[in-house]
Design a protein around this ligand. Structure first.
Ligand code: SF4
Ligand code: SF4
Length: 467
């Protein structure tokens, strides 16, 4: 091996994570983060306890995913498995909203509303409360094991686990009647399944917010990877004003600012950063746009008597002093159009949602049967959906077929003129239609049901096979 190569140090493909101890900071963006945290956590913990009257027999929890009955409830909206397209529409709407907001205002979701950010912020707040600010925490962690270290670390982890447990417990409340489940907890009467879920979610919250923290944003989150596709030079970002800041250097009182930039290289912006980056190196994927470095730098500028905004929330164009960010541009217009279209489709879906539905499945084998009197009989699986919260009776009829005879399996128990479907449920009926052989091999026919109480009707196309 040549000497030069032998002396070269190998390229490191792995570098150990350096623990980050974000410093406390105060300012506009920090206040916004507190407000966002209080709102998001309050919504998350309180919503399962909000009641919504849907009538007798129906759950009265405003937001509920009822897995046993396969229903999702959101205040006045109730989604059945057959209406999963509405849920899909809502998810698409949420995704496009995220793209739209990102193209306008950058990573505001990441910096203020993402659960990973909110819970990490909360965990850091607890850590700081018990162990002190940056330097104290660093000293404590890196120092020898003392009684003080032991109790402070133990207390921090206990509070973290308590928060993680409450977070997991609240999550489970979205899938169960909240007051009933809370009562079961107080009576130590919770099912092993619920306990297993809570244990798993407690562990993952503790792990993600207590240990993984910024690594989730940097290495695990797919959104961080593809959001640059939504960025352009007008998107608002957190950025450092190179023109104003450079050349940087330490500054003493009464030193002139002549021939130098306004950055005094104090690293306050780096010390407060929850992902541990130096925004002065330019826009980085690791930056979650929390704005804490803006607060830190503004505080420094206030102290040294220079205008705020060396680090600021601005577009790339704005930072380069080319021009102000434009909100209206092709990208944001496309997103707005898609958003409106999806929103209208969801409203249409909800507006045309019926409380009664019929689904018909023609038998595949045998497709038809010739009876001894020469008539042809076809068999069907008919499902009647009663989405109301009252028991209902329906009459069934078939059109586009001459003199059809309708038989329901178990005749005597059921008459096509009075099919019972209990509240908020689906009834399956085995239906046979007999008629004289038709001219065509396959005839389109229409099944129609009528709610005997309200005259609401529903219909579904099917076929009648003659040969
Ligand atoms: S660089 Fe600034 S805005 Fe970006 S994550 Fe760090 S502190 Fe937040
Ligand atoms: S806080 Fe402001 S002045 Fe201090 S290093 Fe950062 S950019 Fe420079």
């Amino acid at each position: 091996m040549p000497m030069a190569q032998a002396n070269e140090s190998p390229i490191k493909l792995y570098s150990k994570r350096e623990k980050i101890y974000p410093k406390r900071v105060s300012g506009r963006y920090r206040n916004l983060k507190w407000i966002a945290m209080i709102i998001t956590l309050s919504v998350y913990y309180v919503v399962p306890f909000i009641r919504w009257d849907r009538g007798t027999g129906a759950p009265d929890q405003a937001v509920l995913i009822d897995l046993t009955r396969a229903r999702a409830y959101w205040f006045f909206i109730e989604i059945w498995p057959q209406e999963v397209y509405i849920l899909t529409g809502i998810l698409i709407f949420a995704a496009v909203t995220l793209f739209f907001v990102t193209s306008l205002f950058g990573r505001v979701w990441c910096g203020y509303f993402c659960p990973q950010t909110v819970w990490t912020d909360l965990f850091i707040w607890v850590e700081r409360l018990v162990q002190g600010d940056r330097i104290k925490r660093k000293k404590l962690t890196e120092g020898p094991l003392t009684f003080e270290k032991l109790w402070k670390k133990a207390l921090t982890h206990l509070i973290w686990i308590a928060i993680a447990w409450c977070t997991a417990g609240s999550f489970v409340l979205y899938f169960n009647d909240a007051p009933t489940l809370v009562r079961s907890f107080l009576e130590f009467n919770v099912s092993p399944t619920v306990l297993t879920f809570i244990a798993g979610l407690t562990f993952s919250t503790y792990l993600m917010a207590g240990f993984a923290r910024e690594q989730v944003c940097i290495y695990m989150c797919p959104y961080a990877r593809f959001q640059s596709a939504m960025f352009d030079k007008d998107t608002l970002i957190i950025g450092y004003d190179f023109v104003r800041g450079e050349p940087r250097g330490h500054h003493k009182k009464n030193d002139t600012w002549e021939g130098r930039g306004h950055c005094i290289d104090c690293t306050a912006c780096v010390q407060v950063c929850p992902t541990g980056i130096d925004i002065r190196k330019g826009l980085q994927m690791d930056c979650i746009a929390c704005g804490l470095c803006v607060d830190a730098c503004d505080n420094v500028m206030d102290k040294i008597g220079l205008p705020r905004g060396l680090i600021r929330y601005d577009s790339e164009k704005g930072l380069a002093k080319e021009q102000k960010a434009k909100l209206l541009r092709p990208r944001t217009i496309y997103y707005a159009i898609i958003l409106s279209a999806v929103g209208m489709l969801i409203l249409y879906g909800l507006g045309t949602r019926t409380l009664t539905e019929i689904h018909v499945m023609h038998d595949r084998n045998p497709v038809y049967v010739r009876l001894s009197d020469g008539k042809i009989r076809n068999g069907y699986e008919v499902k009647i959906l009663n989405k109301t919260h009252q028991d209902r009776h329906y009459s069934l009829s078939v059109s586009d077929l001459e003199n059809p005879e309708i038989q329901i399996k178990g005749a005597g128990d059921f008459s096509p003129l009075d099919l019972f479907v209990s509240a908020d449920s689906v009834a399956d009926y085995r239906v046979f239609i007999s008629a004289e052989p038709q001219k065509n091999d396959r005839n389109s026919i229409i099944f129609r049901i009528e709610d005997l109480g309200s005259n609401i009707t529903a219909k579904r196309k099917s076929i009648f096979v003659s040969r």
